[in-house]
Design a protein around this ligand. Structure first.
Ligand code: AMP
Ligand code: ZN
Length: 115
């Protein structure tokens, strides 16, 4: 999608610190990390959010889930544990309307999900 920031990151029009990539997904460091490890995993096609997953794009979504595991391995947080979040819509706090999974770890995040 032309004006989408994450589409531009996926097509490398905008640079990012890439952690992992394949034909379907790209994973890059969040520009404003909330923990020692904070990586965003996104599909390389424009999908707005979780509400827009369907038969036509499910391969990309499955690849995102598999990429999360790869990111956890690469960044060394696999065994200690981590959190995955996909903010959806206004109440979910979604700022960038391109499906993404925050992979957050590298410290003990506690049990509380919302402050
Ligand atoms: P969300 O609120 O779930 O839409 O989160 C969007 C995330 O994208 C935030 O954590 C931002 O810090 C992050 N972000 C915004 N612009 C960039 C960028 N150019 N490179 C990397 N991360 C970004
Ligand atoms: Zn997009």
């Amino acid at each position: 999608m032309q004006d989408c920031l994450f589409c531009k990151i996926a097509s490398k029009q905008i640079s990012s610190k890439i952690i992992y990539e394949n034909d379907f997904v790209i994973a890059f460091n969040d520009i404003n990390p909330v923990a020692p490890v904070h990586v965003l995993v996104i599909p390389k096609i424009h999908i707005k959010d979780l509400n827009n997953i369907g038969k036509e794009n499910e391969k990309y979504v499955l690849e995102c889930i598999k990429a999360i595991k790869e990111v956890a391995k690469i960044t060394g947080i696999c065994d200690d544990g981590y959190r995955v979040i996909s903010n959806t819509g206004e109440n979910g706090g979604q700022v960038i309307p391109h499906l993404h999974f925050h992979v957050i770890g590298g410290k003990n995040l506690g049990a509380k999900i919302v402050n």
